[in-house]
Design a protein around this ligand. Sequence first.
Ligand SMILES: [Zn+2]
Ligand SMILES: [Zn+2]
Length: 376
Amino acid sequence: MKTDNKNIEPVATGNAAEDGTKGNIAERNKEMLTFTYVEKGQFALVRKPIPHIINPKDAIVRVTLGSICTSDLHIKHGSVPRAVPGITVGHEMVGVVEQVGSEIANVKPGDRVTVNVETYCGECFFCKHGYVNNCEDPDGGWALGCRIDGGQAEYVRVPHADMGLNRIPDNVTDEQALFVGDILATGYWAARISEITEEDTVLIIGAGPTGICTLLCVMLKNPRKIIICEKSEERMAFVRKHYPEVMVVKPEECKDFVMNQAEHGGADVVLEVAGTDDTFRMAWECARPNAIVTVVALYDKPQVLPLPDMYGKNLVFKTGGVDGCDCEEILRLIADGKIDTTPLITHRFALNEIEEAYRIFENRLDGVIKVAVKGN
Ligand SMILES: [Zn+2]
Ligand SMILES: [Zn+2]
């Protein structure tokens, strides 16, 4: 376990440090503002030294725009045991590369980049198979803003930066790219592993931010019908407004609705992105025999898999934990106008207003879906 904030040393300046580090961070920026996990139940604005290159595979990114994810709230409430008190939180961000270590080849100072929620080595068994979430490196998987300092700050140190940073095309704005490294990567991965065809009726359970990102990526597959199940009136209205071709249904009417719409006794593909007490059961009950049920949701409690009840249904279950290795392709789709997540950004704040951003996001006030937090 490492935390950057223990290394209180001046940052290397100049363009060609002796260790091969390239880039420049001005002297005046020796300290920065961060949003920090102090202890269970408490995040706070804390000033820390700005990070510097520790490993030749690191990069330092100046965060220009970040966001708040439900996983940040899970850390705050103590439900992520591996989260380390004292770390800067935040794992959804875009920025500009300020410094790179001597072994970085894919990005250079000045590049605008997305930052992947997962840091991964690219070399172990899992990485070679595209299963980057299970990377065996000590920093592998979800480390940023959980086990090492994250991006609700002015700067972030990104390990394995050649893997986790992707250059943002010139015609893509920071707001358009903001969700590429986390919730949009999740939606893209979920749609990819669900093997959707153009003949399919697809049910998505949950129209929160990740549910909508999943919807956008399912739409790329052109299935015959898409049904989204959501209990919040506000979120139902959001889907109706922005994606009128999608059918929207409430949980209590979902099963009957799907049975009426689908041709073979249930949805051909179900993606469960809600994670409430009832939605796992709903997912497999709404699936037709031999369907694929992809579980993206993170549950608070164990779920029951009642095999006798589903005997003969021959379902295929795929379970969650994004392998975020398609960011370059996702950025290309955004640049081509095929994915647009900007309607999800309902509120904008400066970094020093982040406590208010959390208050609005956590309590779902004022029609919030996602917030954008401007770094510097
Ligand atoms: Zn997240
Ligand atoms: Zn790896």
